[in-house]
Write a new protein. Structure first.
Length: 218
């Protein structure tokens, strides 16, 4: 059986081969539109967010223009998404807060981002990583699933998975690795398409594994 350090090295090598330069999956123009896009992606697919967000951003792509556009109009642009009413309210209110408390600029600290309506730890971490290039390791459902299949965490909680991944991988790899694992989880090690014994990385890490890995959902 491979040691954990060996598994980490294999994972890093294979993901760098498959996704050497993983792009940010959500359409955005700057820190503010990225924040909005990430908030919209909760319980929705990136694909659907990317279909709807350009029309919203064409009209409102700053906190000031978002407030002027209004909560009802925001909702009408995003109503095909899950939790659209709550998202519209949060987008409107956080835009007001950014204008009044942060001089119209998206705050650059995790705590300040998490203080905004609708912005949880994962959303804040994504913005810190992708907008400000601060090393974080946001854990979504794909990362939570793969980390368990690859023996990197026990999956007890998303918080624990994040802590374990930060411990296993160098800090300067976190932002890139976050995207790489998401893309791999979508394309090769899907929830139904792999059970810990099917995809190439799972087979390489655990060549003698014969039983499916039952992962704990996020």
């Amino acid at each position: 059986m491979l040691k954990q350090k060996e598994r980490v090295e294999i994972i890093t090598k294979r993901l760098n081969e498959i996704f050497p330069k993983p792009p940010i999956p959500l359409i955005h123009n700057d820190e503010f539109t990225l924040l909005i896009a990430v908030l919209l992606s909760a319980q929705s697919t990136d694909k659907k967010v990317n279909e709807l967000s350009p029309a919203l951003f064409k009209i409102a792509n700053t906190p000031e223009s978002m407030v002027a556009f209004g909560e009802k109009n925001i909702y009408n642009k995003i109503k095909q998404l899950g939790l659209s009413k709550t998202k519209a309210k949060n987008i409107y209110n956080l835009s007001i807060i950014i204008l009044n408390q942060f001089c119209g600029q998206v705050p650059k600290s995790l705590d300040e981002l998490e203080s905004l309506p609708g912005v949880g730890h994962k959303t804040a971490s994504v913005v810190m990583a992708q907008a400000f290039d601060v090393p974080t390791f946001p854990v979504d459902t794909h990362i939570h699933r793969l980390a368990q299949r690859w023996g990197l965490t026990n999956g007890q909680s998303v918080k624990q998975t994040e802590k374990d991944l930060k411990r296993h991988f160098p800090r300067n790899c976190w932002n890139k690795l976050h995207l790489q694992i998401i893309y791999y989880g979508r394309e090769f090690c899907t929830a139904r398409g792999c059970d810990g014994t099917v995809c190439d990385i799972c087979k390489e890490l655990y060549p003698n594994r014969t039983q499916a890995v039952k992962y704990k959902k996020a």
